[in-house]
Ligand binder design. Structure first.
Ligand code: NAG
Ligand code: NAG
Ligand code: NAG
Length: 305
């Protein structure tokens, strides 16, 4: 590679980008169906006269695919493999849309300037990759105690995916113990002060990356949440029981005082038998308890009125 006519060394020093951009194939990655921009770095500030783009694919045959000249953007063969997928946003850069796997190959741009006979070539090596799907995280809560929580996290991709996965830890607020794994599966022993961590699995191809995350707090508190819920129900039941008895006794006393008629106009709202309050189906224990508590408060307030 290199310019067809080597640039004087003084000019090479003036434009340090020329060396890196021009001395070798510039690798470019694209995703199937996406687009890429091949944009040469110009070594001169002269006005560009023409820019010709060439493609050499798997067959090894080189074809000219585009040109920007006095007549603007032109396609020497509009029926080649690129059809309507090429455009030149300016005199030198080439954009390829609707990328296909067969677009992988070497692209060369040959630039001619108005004020110099120098011709400049720049080469790009385009590789088109399949899209990367978001990785799948499977979690398993092994054990949980006030001393922490043991979990395994597994990150996977569909078997045919050409991508690499890795685990990343954000927001560490504690030290992790027993952190091991094969890159896909992690075994974690998490102390309570490290629950705020979020583990992210990143799947990466040369062209793109996708990630999925899991929150340790959500994972480790799944069971704790259920326990707390049960305790909550128990406490409510413990309060509701005595209250309803109290309510019952007061109603009975009130009935005796007033010679019958319940103030609420519901003679059944008296004592004894456990019942579903206020027409709430008995299948819903929480709402039943609430309505009992409510009824109790109501009756307790009555004598002060
Ligand atoms: C041509 O257009 C591309 C994309 O807009 C841009 O990155 C590049 O710098 C432009 N080149 C010149 C010489 O203007
Ligand atoms: C272009 O890049 C691909 C992928 O990195 C590589 O396998 C191939 O060898 C490169 N081609 C050349 C000519 O360097
Ligand atoms: C987690 O696993 C380690 C090692 O097997 C064990 O010593 C620890 O007690 C476990 N922690 C919990 C909370 O179960």
């Amino acid at each position: 590679r290199g310019s067809l006519c080597a640039a004087p060394s003084s000019e090479a020093e003036l434009s340090p980008t020329q060396g890196s951009a021009g001395a070798q194939l510039q690798p470019v990655s694209g995703v199937l169906g996406g687009s890429v921009l091949l944009s040469p770095v110009l070594s001169h500030s002269f006005e560009v006269k023409t820019a010709e783009w060439y493609f050499r694919g798997g067959t090894g045959k080189t074809i000219q695919v585009a040109e920007f000249g006095p007549k603007g953007f032109e396609r020497p063969d509009p029926h080649d493999r690129f059809k309507q997928r090429l455009e030149m946003p300016n005199a030198t850069a080439l954009r390829i849309g609707g990328l296909e796997l067969g677009d992988s190959g070497i692209y060369v741009v040959r630039i001619k300037y108005h004020s110099t006979v120098e011709v400049e070539d720049q080469d790009f090596n385009l590789s088109v990759y399949d899209p990367v799907p978001p990785p799948l995280i499977q979690t398993q809560l092994l054990s949980r105690s006030p001393q922490g929580c043991n979990v395994t996290l597994r990150c996977s991709l569909p078997p045919t995916t050409l991508a690499w996965t890795s685990w990343h830890l954000d927001n560490t607020s504690g030290t992790l113990q027993g952190h091991s794994g094969d890159g896909q599966t992690l075994f974690l022993a998490i102390p309570p002060d490290a629950l705020d961590a979020t583990y992210t699995c990143v799947a990466r191809s040369p062209a793109e990356e996708q990630s999925s995350s899991v929150s340790l707090r959500a994972l480790c508190q799944l069971e704790g949440g259920r326990q707390r819920w049960a305790i909550c129900l128990g406490v409510l039941a413990a309060i509701a029981g005595p209250l309803s008895i109290l309510c019952c006794l007061r109603r009975r006393r009130r009935k005796a005082d007033e010679g019958g008629g319940d103030l609420n106009g519901d003679p059944k709202k008296g004592c004894g038998v456990p019942r579903a309050g206020g027409g709430v189906p008995p299948s819903d224990p929480l709402r039943t308890i609430y309505s009992e508590v409510g009824a109790g408060k109501h009756s307790l307030a009555q004598p002060q009125a």
